[in-house]
Design a protein around this ligand. Sequence first.
Ligand code: KIV
Length: 277
Amino acid sequence: MPHPPNRVRIPDLIRKKTLGEKIAILTAYDATMARLLDRAGIDVLLVGDSLGTVILGHETTVPVTLEAMIHHTRAVAHGASRALVVSDLPFLTYQVNVEETVRNAGRLIQEGGAAAVKLEGGEPVADRVHRLSEIGIAVMGHLGLTPQSVHRLGGYRVVGKTQEEAERLYRDARILEQAGAFSVVLECVPPDVAAAITAELKIPTIGIGAGPDCDGQVLVSYDAFGLFDEFQPSFVKRYANLAEQVSEATRQYIDDVRQGRFPAAGQGVDAVSDKAR
Ligand code: KIV
């Protein structure tokens, strides 16, 4: 099926940086949410491996499998008609070698319907980024707090506070750009370091907990909408409190059923939507 003419494409994101227009990204894991965010005009839908914590109930993103990412990416791709769909390569699908990376990234594109993949790390994965770009698979990098390395990092913490860490971030960001990445996520990076990297790179930086000067911002949609209420990172802005609304609606439904108010007398099924459920 041909893409609609207003589909967001990678050169549009680069152009936005050149024009000083900010890029808005949210995560999505299913077709219904993807459709809603797409309809509202989001630029990019990221099928993040935050899937593991937000949807699958794991403590970290480490247990997320490629099969799970393909499954959810396909759902998001079905729901998105305008936004660019980017899908995370989960833990151990790109760390081993270039060949496995190509095969696994290819599955996210071919079977999942993603337009691009994201992977974590700098210099150690530069050869993967280079090969994927060379064969036509667009790559978004991810530096700073890289959740797949949470155990080595010693927890979810800001990365780039020391001179050594900040210098490594600059170097890794430049290396990713040279390897062919089309953008790079900076997660939990001090705002001044993120601003300096943003000024240095030609490709857009996407911040999450990295201050206001990145070329775009990404949030986990379940955090932004107040659906995931187990834990809230300090940098998150809540745009809704859907957890409370869902709980309240559920209480009302239970009460209606128990009190015999739903279904109302005469509320039968003489007509159903012709759209199958
Ligand atoms: O997995 C994810 O949702 C992410 C974003 C937080 C950047 O990588």
